[in-house]
Ligand binder design. Structure first.
Ligand SMILES: Cc1ncc(COP(=O)(O)O)c(C=O)c1O
Length: 480
């Protein structure tokens, strides 16, 4: 007997459905109160209303074929042009709008692979050389494309070490990649040196500016000279990914991938001519594409204008400076890396007190805490809606430190303990298997039948299997 829930036999009224969804949503993190330091790139209610109206306007369109819907085509080309202008790609730079950072990175790698393989000598090129801090999207893309990421160690400020990257270059190297900035610590890699290296070895260089692409240009305008050039001004940079669904302030689902010229981009296009449905061609990864992400990103740029972006960036940078000062005033804490924009990661000196005890305390105070490892730390991205929460956060952070100081034997609990444990397990395949089990549990037929995940969510790990408890006890003796 099929026990799965069927589509309701009778449709329900819109109000009932909306009420049900609001009820489901009530358990989600309330990002609007500023206690969530990531994921939502909010400007203000007025901007949000424009995004909603724009989404309504383009709810039905399908952008499978870029020649079929002129309005969306114009907006996509507009976004490409404005982004190329912002990132100093005047002249030949061009690209496409994708569904997000991961797709942009995947397509960049794909285009370079096809470009290299189109020449007789490039057939064995299948490695990407990047710093250890590069976003996992590169590894995912490499995995899907049959490529390999070779990671070079970073320096004490978590910047790419170009001489270490150079050591990994072989005849198999397909491209180099660096971040502007990297996500964990908000550190800008030395892109100028990477550009020279790329030119020296005649290799393409991708700059992952997924998070910084629509933020760093305004930082540069607000304080000229504060950031070294990192975009198409550098002759070795051959492509850049910049996410419009992050600091471009469009709705989720869009990013711009730019190449220095059509010489690379043309290898991204997929065309097949023999299908019974007709000639099929697509410029990006997806088939049918929603028009909404493109339209909202376009509307965001036209509504905010350069003045708007500059104003928001100024506010955020002011807030971020206050937050940083507050963190640095606590002698137990240290900022990691060399933050160049509004991303801060901090830890405790010699992990005393345990940073995850601080994380637990903050969580109990109602903050959504992003934990990182290697080294263990707390990650913050300051958005406009976080600004009123900065002082309350610093107050709770002070309390957390005082608590940890007075309770030196306190141990990280719950998720933090599990996360800390996972970070410490030397056999990474064991950790990966455990995470895979969580996914299997979430997407397994049993969960799908009940329609409610068995405790698993993106924020919360479900209970670990029993062997994890055993392992935890075993490893606890090794902890500092
Ligand atoms: C530097 C960097 N690269 C790539 C990505 C991946 O972007 P997305 O999550 O939109 O796929 C992110 C996401 O935060 C990022 O910060």
């Amino acid at each position: 007997m099929n026990k799965r829930k069927a589509i309701p036999s009778h449709g329900q009224p819109a109000e009932t459905i909306l009420a049900q969804m609001k009820e489901m949503k009530s358990g989600d993190p309330n990002w609007a109160d500023g206690r969530t330091w990531s994921l939502v790139y909010h400007v203000d209610d007025e901007h949000r209303a424009l995004m909603q109206k724009t989404a309504q306007l383009f709810i039905s369109e399908s952008y499978a074929n870029p020649f079929a819907v002129e309005s969306i085509q114009r907006m996509e080309l507009g976004l490409i042009g404005m982004t190329a202008n912002l990132l100093n790609g005047e002249g030949s730079a061009t690209g496409t709008v994708t569904s997000g950072g991961t797709e942009s990175i995947l397509l960049a790698l794909y285009a370079y692979r096809e470009w290299a393989h189109s020449s007789r000598t490039g057939k064995k090129k299948n490695e990407i050389v990047a710093p250890a801090t590069i976003h996992p999207a590169f590894e995912k893309a490499a995995h899907l494309l049959g490529l390999k990421v070779r990671k070079a160690p970073v320096d004490h400020l978590s910047r790419a070490r170009i001489e270490e990257m150079e050591k990994l270059i072989t005849e198999k190297t397909l491209l180099l990649a660096v971040s502007a900035p990297s996500y964990p610590h908000g550190t800008l890699d030395p892109v100028e040196a990477a550009s020279e290296l790329a030119q020296q070895y005649k290799l393409p260089l991708h700059v992952d500016a997924c998070i910084g692409g629509f933020f760093l240009p305004w930082v540069e305008q607000l304080s000229p000279g504060s950031i070294p050039p990192w975009d198409f001004r550098l002759p070795g940079v051959t492509s850049i990914s910049a996410d419009t669904h992050k600091f471009g302030y469009g709705a989720k689902g869009s990013s711009v991938l730019l190449f220095r010229s059509m010489d690379y981009l043309r290898h991204q296009f997929f065309i097949t001519t023999d299908w019974a449905g007709g000639i099929y061609a697509s410029a990006t990864l997806l088939g049918s594409r929603s028009a909404i992400p493109i339209a909202t990103a376009w509307a965001a740029m036209h509504s905010l204008g350069q003045e708007g972006y500059l104003g928001i960036t100024r506010n955020i940078l002011d807030g971020c400076a206050r937050l940083r000062l507050g963190i640095e005033a606590l002698p137990e804490l240290a900022i990691l890396g060399e933050p160049c924009m509004n991303i801060l990661a901090f830890t405790t000196r010699q992990n005393k007190p345990d940073i995850f005890v601080i994380a637990d305390f903050l969580e109990e105070k109602g903050w959504v805490v992003d934990r990182q490892h290697r080294p263990n730390s707390i990650h913050l991205t300051v958005m406009q809606h976080n600004l009123p929460a900065i002082e309350p956060y610093l107050k709770d952070l002070q309390e957390a430190i005082a608590y940890a100081r007075n309770n030196p034997d306190a141990k990280a609990r719950g998720n933090a303990a599990l996360y800390g444990l996972m970070a410490r397990i030397p056999l990474r395949s064991m950790v990966a298997n455990n995470v895979r089990q969580l996914f299997e549990q979430l997407y397994g037929a049993e969960t799908a039948k009940s329609e409610s995940p068995s405790g698993a969510s993106s924020q919360q790990m479900p209970n670990p299997p029993s062997w994890m408890g055993w392992l935890n006890r075993l490893l606890s003796g090794w902890r500092k």
